[in-house]
Design a protein around this ligand. Structure first.
Ligand code: FAD
Length: 397
């Protein structure tokens, strides 16, 4: 089999699907090649947090543009699938709280001011306000917090499926169980890819291969400073005394995040001890030994009533992590080869805007929706690594 497309996208995660969606809206017919099935990688394991709080302005801008999609998914993307009820991406508004240790309070204030300049609904609140929002939380170890009343979480698999379905309606194709094993280059330009199912030809090839992105880049002779990042999560059955609809929280004081889930559950992830450099083929049906014990201990520090909770389930996943833990977006190596990868554990919530920007970059030579030049792959050679103006030690997801 030898097929031709306008654009080949390697990887059927949220980013491959988002790019296919935006390209197809512009009349371009891409083909998405996925080694397993749609959302088989990080996307299918993602905790799905949707918030705009970043310490780097371009990331907050990407998240804010993406948020317009999450809250209007039905109109902007479509797809009222049964799994996703009426919103198509399962967006659930819970409110989002960012907690930081005292040493980061000035940075928090500066970042909230930056978010407000962008137009993001974000405000500074005190510990008393947090107690009113979430009476079951311990609130005696911080003074101020950032609060985004509109934020929450979404269903990453449903979001990916609906983006891809909308793209297919406009002529995009998805080939699953199709692993790209080589990238063909002639006279300094990409011409297509090789797979066990035959060759596919296109003048543009996009690397949206998540934790596998460095290996895919090598096929085009490109070295990307992207490693693998493993991340485990667990679900706890909420005991009496924990509100089923508690806010979504990133808690930098205890290096964790948590959010509610339907069915009386709370999802918990930890920001530390996420191994770098493991094979992305690693076993991840269950979390690594010791994770559940550490996560239970942490969540009980913030929500003491969780002492009476019960473990529901646990698992892990792999994402690609770049040298500065920020996305890698842009043309690199042979003409027609693009990177849309390196999302470093935080790429779900920005995917709708990133897809729009990448489509603009590919078709118009420049992204207008949000300026993505700070994320250019060439920054690593220049030693121009990205860092928030008012950086925290840890902020992922
Ligand atoms: C456990 C976990 C929790 C997370 N929680 C959050 C969160 O709360 N909020 C947030 O914003 N982000 C979160 N993230 C990060 C986010 O999920 C990822 O950044 C995002 O899903 C990456 O999407 P992607 O499309 O780039 O990669 P992926 O979803 O990994 O997709 C890449 C795809 O490429 C395919 N592929 C690889 N190699 C090849 C090849 N050679 N040929 C064909 N196909 C190939 C893979 O099978 C895979 O399906 C989390 C990540 C994990 C692991």
């Amino acid at each position: 089999m030898s097929e031709t497309a306008d654009v080949i996208i390697i990887g059927g995660g949220i980013h491959g699907a988002s790019l296919a969606f935006h390209l197809s809206r512009r009349g371009v017919k891409p083909i998405v090649l996925e080694r397993k099935v749609l959302a088989a990688g990080a996307t299918g394991r993602s905790s799905g947090l949707v918030r705009m709080h970043y310490d780097l302005e371009p990331e907050s801008r990407l998240a804010w543009v993406s948020f317009q999609y999450f809250r209007n998914w039905g109109e902007m993307v479509g797809g009222d699938t049964p799994a996703s009820l009426n919103t198509g991406c399962g967006f659930t508004r819970t409110g989002f709280i960012q907690l930081v240790p005292e040493k980061d309070e000035d940075a928090l204030r500066a970042n909230v001011a930056m978010h407000q300049r962008i137009g993001i609904p974000s405000l500074l609140v005190g510990a008393d306000d947090v107690k009113r929002l979430a009476p079951c939380f311990r609130t005696d170890d911080f003074n101020v917090a950032a609060y985004e009343p509109e934020s929450g979480y979404a269903d990453p698999s449903a979001a990916t499926a609906t983006l891809m379905e909308a793209a297919r309606r406009r002529g995009a194709r998805l080939v699953q169980d199709c692993s790209v094993t080589g990238i063909r280059v002639a006279s300094g330009k990409v011409t297509g890819v090789t797979t066990p199912r035959g060759d596919f030809s296109a003048p543009i090839v996009v690397n949206a291969a998540g934790a596998w992105a460095a290996g895919v880049a090598k096929m085009a002779g490109v070295e990307l400073p992207i490693d693998t990042w493993r991340h485990d999560v667990m679900f706890v059955k909420q005991p009496r005394g924990v509100a089923a609809d508690h806010p979504t929280v990133i808690d930098n004081i205890h290096s964790m995040y948590f959010r509610p889930e339907t069915g009386g559950l709370t999802l918990v992830g930890l920001e530390d001890d996420n191994p770098i450099g493991e094979s992305p083929e690693g076993y991840s049906d269950r979390a690594q030994p010791g994770f559940v014990e550490r996560a239970i201990e942490r969540i009980c520090r913030r929500i003491p009533a969780m002492e009476e909770g019960a473990l529901h389930s646990d698992y892990g996943g792999y994402d690609g992590i770049s040298a500065d833990q920020r996305a890698v977006l842009g043309q690199v190596g042979p003409e027609g080869f693009y990177a849309q990868c390196g999302f470093s554990g935080t790429g779900f919530k920005i995917a709708p805007a990133v897809g729009a920007c990448m489509a603009e970059l590919i078709l118009d030579g420049e992204a207008k929706t949000v300026d993505i030049t700070p994320f250019a792959p060439q920054r690593f050679e220049r030693g121009d690594l990205l860092k928030g103006e008012h950086a925290y030690e840890d902020i992922w997801h």
